[in-house]
Write a protein that binds this ligand. Structure first.
Ligand SMILES: [Zn+2]
Length: 342
């Protein structure tokens, strides 16, 4: 994209030079890239994020290895891979502790680095993971950011336990379709919300137990009644400003709310009296470390967790794909398919 703005700023640049791999990098020939809400925010322009234009969007990718750097030994040209979009320095105190996503220089493809809406992208070799032969590229590209986020926020940060009630707001988002499955796999009772009965039925098929259509009744009221005025153990709120107050009110005493994003606005309202008297925890979470990435990918490869692809657009229709995601009509991931000439 040559400038910041609406979906209309996205254009195909056929003359962009191919990336060259550094010694510890590989170049992935991208066959599929998936969209994330982050892409829309970067496209609009994030005030604190200084980018050189033109910029290539896109965090998630799957493809095959086109080139390997001189020091790379464990990946070969032609390997089919999926990409971990988080790039860490490997040297800082957080990296040394294994907490890659807390790295002081943490960067995300398509946000701080050239992204995956491209025929080729260069990434550190440690960021690619081979995919099973029966997994297609659009499915694989739909996985990393959504499942990494869901896994870390629920398993590592919120530490969900079997039998707990977990409320996941907005059933249709990519992160939600991952989170519903992760919470279910962890033995939780999963509550989810939507204004669409069709989306709620799809969420049920993924394992959601309690469906709340907030067109019929404010969802926080519904949760309060459905839990016998107890509240849920954990709320996942990536919606932000529009929902946070109600998320906190939906928690039981000692409950936790986990915030992996804020699509409707970043300033959250929190009554401190409510926080201390009810002994609540507010947990931020972002992306995942390498171990969590590999853990969740293993479960995807085993078929225990399933990517949900809503729709595939050709790369040439990135603008339409952004408009579609912006309208929030999707259930699961929106993917770009990229035809790469050999
Ligand atoms: Zn680091």
């Amino acid at each position: 994209m040559p400038r910041f703005g609406g979906p209309e700023v996205l254009e195909l640049d056929r003359h962009h030079p191919d990336p060259v791999p550094g010694p510890d990098q590989v170049v992935v020939r991208v066959h599929a890239a998936s969209l994330n809400h982050l892409d829309l925010a970067v496209r609009e322009g994030i005030p604190t994020l200084k980018l050189t234009l033109p910029h290539i969007l896109g965090c998630d990718a799957a493809g095959d290895i086109a080139e390997v750097g001189s020091d790379v030994t464990d990946v070969e040209v032609g390997d089919r891979v999926v990409v971990n979009p988080g790039v860490s320095c490997g040297r800082c105190e957080y990296c040394l502790r294994g907490e890659d996503s807390e790295c002081v220089e943490y960067k995300i493809l398509g946000e701080h680095l050239p992204g995956t809406y491209a025929e080729k992208v260069a990434v550190p070799a440690r960021n690619v993971l081979k995919i099973p032969t029966d997994m297609d590229f659009p499915q694989a590209a739909a996985v990393p950011l959504a499942f990494m986020t869901a896994w870390r926020m629920l398993i590592t940060r919120a530490k969900v336990r079997p039998g707990e009630d977990v409320l996941i707001l907005g059933a249709g988002s990519g992160v939600s379709t991952a989170a519903i499955q992760v919470a279910k796999l962890a033995g939780c009772t999963v509550f989810t919300t939507s204004s669409s009965d069709a989306k709620l039925e799809k969420a049920k098929a993924l394992g959601a137990d309690v469906l709340v259509n907030y067109k019929a009744m404010p969802w926080s009221k519904a949760i309060w009644e459905l839990t016998g005025k107890r509240g849920v153990d954990v709320v996942v709120d990536h919606v932000g400003e529009a929902t946070f107050k109600d998320s906190v009110r939906s928690l039981r005493k000692g409950g936790r709310v986990v915030v992996p994003g804020a699509t409707t606005g970043a300033l959250l309202e929190l009554d401190a009296r409510y926080l201390f008297w009810r002994q609540l925890s507010v947990l931020g979470s972002t992306m995942a470390n390498q171990r969590e990435f590999e853990e969740v990918m293993k479960l995807v490869f085993m078929g225990r967790l399933k990517p949900v692809v809503d729709r595939v657009f050709p790369l040439e229709q990135a603008r339409q794909a952004h408009e579609y995601l912006g309208r929030g009509e999707q259930f699961g991931k929106v993917v770009l398919a990229i035809d790469t000439p050999d």
